[in-house]
Design a protein around this ligand. Structure first.
Ligand SMILES: O=c1ccn([C@@H]2O[C@H](COP(=O)(O)O)[C@@H](O)[C@H]2O)c(=O)[nH]1
Length: 232
């Protein structure tokens, strides 16, 4: 399986370059992509992205930018210049913010990363939304934000696989990146809207973001192989 065919993205959620590379060195870039998030990126800056790319990984820069349109677009531009494969922004930053990000990428002559909008975090359930003033089901809010993301020309969404079927029906062109993936028997941790890898793909997920079930396993390569076997 080449990197372009695998749907698996392993979250490298570590505080140091060495810890992230220790896991990366146990993984096969033909079997997965890797995700650099806020913790690792803030600790190591762009150097970690270059090092992982040199190792053959396509990198999802998961910094979930959320700011005014210009600031967010400049951050997306910087990410594109770094050569990442995927970058994301919060859809709740609004239509103008997402459109500014799309425009800045369109002005680039070089390769463009996939521009993905974060909808409702997979750690949130209905009562969490109610606590921030949204007294609706997560799926309703996800569908609202998806419509905005589609209008702004984004390539896809971060959502729970629980919403994948409804999203694919409403927005078939958007690629769905789904964290909250838990192989049967794994700890739920702080995630709330979860599905197994197989269930997520059957529901319409395009990419599965998997962190702790692989990174905290006694043998991460074996844990990745088990997910690969589950979805084969
Ligand atoms: O809604 C979201 C958006 C991003 N994430 C990120 O995905 C991984 C999931 O890690 P697990 O250890 O598999 O729970 C993590 O980096 C989150 O920041 C998410 O979980 N939900």
């Amino acid at each position: 399986m080449s990197a372009c065919q695998t749907p698996i993205i392993v979250a490298l959620d570590y505080p140091t370059r060495d810890a992230a590379l220790k896991l990366a060195d146990q993984l096969d870039p033909k079997l997965c992509r890797v995700k650099v998030g806020k913790e690792l990126f803030t600790s190591c800056a762009a150097e970690i992205v270059g090092t992982l790319r040199d190792k053959g990984f396509e990198v999802f820069l998961d910094l979930k930018f959320h700011d005014i349109p210009n600031t967010t677009a400049m951050a997306v531009k910087a990410a594109a210049e770094m050569g990442v494969w995927m970058v994301n922004v919060h859809c709740s930053g609004g239509l103008r913010m997402m459109s500014a990000c799309r425009e800045v990428l369109e002005q680039r002559s070089g390769p463009k990363p996939l521009l993905i909008g974060v909808t409702v975090l997979t750690s949130m359930e209905r009562e969490d939304l109610a606590a921030i003033g949204l007294d609706i089901e997560p799926q309703e809010q996800v569908l609202r934000l998806a419509a905005l993301a589609q209008k702004a020309g984004l390539d896809g969404l971060v959502c729970s696989a629980l919403e994948a079927q409804a999203l694919k029906a409403a927005h078939p062109s958007l690629q769905l990146v789904t964290p909250g993936i838990r192989p049967a028997g794994s700890a739920q941790d702080d995630q709330r809207r979860i599905l197994t890898p197989r269930q997520a793909l059957d529901a319409g997920s395009d990419y599965l973001v998997i962190g702790r079930p692989i990174s905290q396993a006694a043998d991460p390569a074996k844990a990745l192989a088990a997910v690969v076997a589950e979805i084969a």
